[in-house]
Design a protein around this ligand. Structure first.
Ligand SMILES: [Zn+2]
Length: 200
């Protein structure tokens, strides 16, 4: 039996479910919180609830946003003929930080992985095809990871999206095979975008 009061054990257990928080850190944060000024703790709880209630997925591109369509989809200064496909909404931040991309985005929501039960229809591919019919898209830049699923999904997309007048390219990484965008520094990512290779 734990020597800690049950409410601290419950808080520790809830915190340990967060990404990157192991059991020891969870206990340290929990012990910190229960000894912190209660107004500050209430403010923390409030900003968590506020953020969760105000963030949604952009219905067009799938980005995390407070209003849909998101500011990127709405930005008329961005090149609407160019769409960058990323796996997750957070990957948009990596590409944005590189400063090398002035087009728009489309979040796939994962990569095809039959072993994990992820089939093409589980991804936002139909949404992308819909965009192709009513947006002036001329080039699609695939920026998925270089692991097996990223490769398979890129080739699947290139085949499925193949149509007259549409260029499909994939970013060059300059990174060891098997890694994702979050491991690429800004310079590497900006070079990878410039060095994208045509798939179709
Ligand atoms: Zn959007």
């Amino acid at each position: 039996m734990s020597v800690l009061p049950e409410s601290i054990v419950a808080l520790t257990s809830a915190l340990s479910k967060l990404p990157g928080v192991g059991p020891r850190s969870a206990e340290r944060i929990a012990l910190h919180l229960v000894q912190t000024d209660s107004i500050a703790v209430k403010q923390l709880a409030d900003v968590i609830v506020y953020a969760r209630e105000h963030i949604q997925f952009c219905t067009t591109c799938g980005a995390l946003t407070e209003k849909s369509p998101c500011p990127i989809c709405d930005d008329i200064r961005r090149d609407s003929s160019l769409i960058c496909i990323v796996e997750r909404a957070v990957d948009i931040l990596s590409v944005e930080k590189s400063g090398a991309f002035r087009g728009k985005f489309h979040v796939l929501g994962g990569t095809i992985s039959p072993l994990n039960g992820v089939e093409p229809e589980d991804l936002r591919i139909a949404e992308l095809e819909k965009r192709l019919t009513h947006e002036p898209i001329k080039e699609i830049v695939i920026a998925l990871g270089t692991d097996v699923e990223g490769d398979a999904t890129s080739f699947y997309l290139a085949r499925r999206l193949a149509q007259k007048g549409l260029k499909v390219s994939r970013i060059a990484y300059g990174l060891p095979a098997g890694s994702g965008l979050e491991f690429a520094d800004e310079l590497t990512l900006s070079r990878a975008l410039e060095g994208r290779r045509e798939m179709l």
